[in-house]
Design a protein around this ligand. Structure first.
Ligand SMILES: Cc1cc2nc3c(=O)[nH]c(=O)nc-3n(C[C@H](O)[C@H](O)[C@H](O)COP(=O)(O)OP(=O)(O)OC[C@H]3O[C@@H](n4cnc5c(N)ncnc54)[C@H](O)[C@@H]3O)c2cc1C
Length: 398
């Protein structure tokens, strides 16, 4: 049976696993990624990802951004709208402008399919990287000097470091005995694309109403019409009801829900439904193992934080690994992994808690809480230094 030797094994080739593989290999390390999906599969993911600038920089270092940029739409304005009073009307409309901070947009919106294609191509092109597709990691034997991953087909991958990027139900996390706390919000997210009469002008809009936020993120024009992707969080039964509607009816519902802010909206894609959970792992390290991305943290899709946090995990781990590699030290050593845990866990926990709070406020039905949310938004937006701090925090920069 084949035995493959490498520096780093990445279990899971979702967007995070592929990005990690390219990022490590771009630094001259050997990195093997294992995932069940065929390498050239489009994938079933209809979502888009708003990559904020720090994440774009990581993708640039991985050499994958250039291919993604062709399909990317810049995000110049993050507009937060509060519509949490009685009836449907705008109570507060707060645009946060990237140009206030410099010449760069907040980030870029890319379809997950385009992102996956660019990352898979980059992994295929990098000399040290390899994607073993149509395969799963069945178990990992972790020793003091190396780790051996046994694939379901019997092949073995020997590495000095294993990175668990195997998603929210991470089997590697569980096998390592790392506890994870999971909670439910009773919400689901409906994802689809709409076209609208007026151009979006790079504005991403998050509308906060009772039940959960509704976000429209700019995309390239579709058949000559301005287009945005929709992430619509609602209580579970309402999501099922919306998902069952025909396109015309769903268009009427979303036009009403967006209070006509974008004119009449036309549904322009199939739709997908995602259950919303929160989850956090108790640690990010075990012997020869580092957790990244959804294996470590899952949050509701508010403020485009999820995969951006994952790219921050990757950047931090890649920095520590490259430093050890240059110095001829063990890249899977316990002290390196514990430094990774310390560098990421508190920041990660703060973001998970922050997004949890925002979601609970967004769900709030009690009028005093809705009013508090509106006042908070107005205060943050109204005071320039506080507004700039909020923008930096949202971007993951200081
Ligand atoms: C509606 C929605 C919108 C979002 N929008 C944004 C956004 O705008 N910006 C943002 O930053 N984030 C966003 N997110 C979050 C982001 O999409 C996720 O963080 C990201 O897709 C998760 O990627 P992942 O690679 O961690 O996990 P996954 O995509 O789940 O990948 C895990 C992979 O591991 C594989 N796997 C599992 N077990 C094994 C095994 N034993 N061996 C090998 N492989 C295995 C799986 O098959 C899978 O391919 C959004 C999330 C949702 C739900």
């Amino acid at each position: 049976m084949e035995i493959i030797e490498t520096d780093i094994l990445v279990a899971g080739g979702g967007l995070a696993g592929l990005a990690a593989t390219a990022r490590f290999a771009a630094d001259g390390l050997g990195a093997v990624c294992v995932d069940p999906l065929p390498a050239d599969a489009e994938g079933p993911d209809l979502r888009t990802t708003a990559f904020l600038m720090p994440a774009v920089e990581t993708l640039e270092r991985a050499g994958a951004w250039q291919a993604m940029a062709a399909d990317a739409t810049p995000l110049w304005t993050m507009r937060l709208v509060d519509a949490g009073g009685e009836g449907r009307h705008v109570r507060e409309d707060c645009p946060f402008e990237a140009r206030e901070m410099g010449d760069w947009p907040f980030g870029y919106n890319v379809t997950n399919r385009a992102a996956r294609r660019a990352l898979a191509e980059r992994v295929a092109a990098l000399p040290g990287a390899r994607l073993i597709d149509r395969a799963t990691v069945a178990r990992v034997v972790r020793r003091s000097t190396e780790a051996v991953a046994v694939l379901a087909d019997g092949r073995q991958v020997r590495a000095r470091l294993v990175v668990a990027a195997d998603g929210r139900d991470s089997a590697l996390r569980e096998a390592a005995g790392i506890a994870a706390r999971r909670w439910h919000y009773g919400q689901k997210t409906l994802v689809f694309c709409v076209t609208h009469p007026a151009p979006h002008e790079g504005v991403s809009s998050e509308i906060h109403r009772t039940g959960g936020p509704l976000t429209l993120v700019p995309m390239p024009d579709l058949d000559g019409r301005p287009c945005s992707s929709v992430v619509w969080m609602v209580p579970g039964p309402r999501a099922d009801e919306l998902a069952a509607m025909d396109d015309a009816r769903l268009g009427v519902e979303i036009t009403a829900e967006t209070m006509g802010l974008f004119g009449p909206l036309t549904v322009a894609s199939p739709r997908a439904v995602w259950p919303i959970i929160g989850q956090i792992a108790a640690r990010l390290d075990a012997e020869r193992l580092a957790l990244i991305a959804e294996a470590a943290h899952v949050i509701p899709p508010i403020g485009a934080q999820g995969l951006n946090m994952s790219l921050a995990d990757i950047e931090t781990l890649a920095g520590l690994v490259a430093e050890a590699h240059r110095a001829g030290r063990d890249i899977g050593a316990a002290d390196l992994l514990s430094r990774y845990h310390r560098a990421r866990w508190l920041e990660m926990a703060a973001r998970v808690a922050g997004v949890d709070l925002l979601n609970r406020f967004a769900q709030a039905e009690a009028q005093p809480l809705r009013d508090l949310r509106r006042l908070g938004l107005r205060a943050i937006h109204g005071i320039a230094p506080v507004r700039h701090l909020a923008m930096r925090l949202g971007m993951g920069t200081r």
